[in-house]
Design a binder for this molecule. Sequence first.
Ligand code: VGL
Ligand code: ZN
Length: 235
Amino acid sequence: QVLAMLGTTALATLAPTALFAAASIKPDEASALLVIDVQNCFLPGGSLAVKEGEQVVPVINKISKAFANVVLTQDWHTPGHVSFASVHSGKKPFETVDLPYGKQVLWPDHCVQGTEGAALSKDLSIPHAELIIRKGFHKNVDSYSAFLEADGKTSTGLAGYLRGRKIKRVFVAGLATDFCVAWTALDGRKAGFEVYVVEDACRGIDTQGSLAKAWADMAKAGVKRIQSADIAVSA
Ligand code: VGL
Ligand code: ZN
């Protein structure tokens, strides 16, 4: 309470290193960075462009150097995928529809398998990335999460891969904070991993309160919200 009464300047003068400890997290061999959906469709000019989406790229490139293990994901839909508004007559993007597995937000056509829109950003520079997980490739089921499809039971195999590599901690970055990043983080917790979301290495879509809800859900699930500056990257 005493500290809260002091201004930021006073705090900085008092104990800069203790109170504003930057770069305090050192990813180890049991840590993996999950880079979610940094694909052309979600970047400027893309069919489902996320506001400021391009700004995550340099941040992700930088923090990736701190990780021995990096996994990339690609949203990888069939043509005419069930998550596309264009296949539901009378429906527009960002409206919802009830599917057998629950409520589905409908999107503009995006990330169709093999298209330029589905390609990873050419500005992403992580040559040591060891695995690319593709998801959402079943025509009638969406998959925001890199772990589990939206039916809540079909595995992508990622948890098994990570366990097989003895990884205990995952750091999540990419697009979009409130959909694929959040669902991945939540399922990562359910699968028993320690989960960090690197906030400034993500950007959100924010439709119908989705961004605030995602952060609330993640906090409740024990996901740790950190900034890229918290991660120690040696020069
Ligand atoms: C995503 C909406 C639809 C995402 C993917 O990557 O967050 N969002 N498909
Ligand atoms: Zn999608």
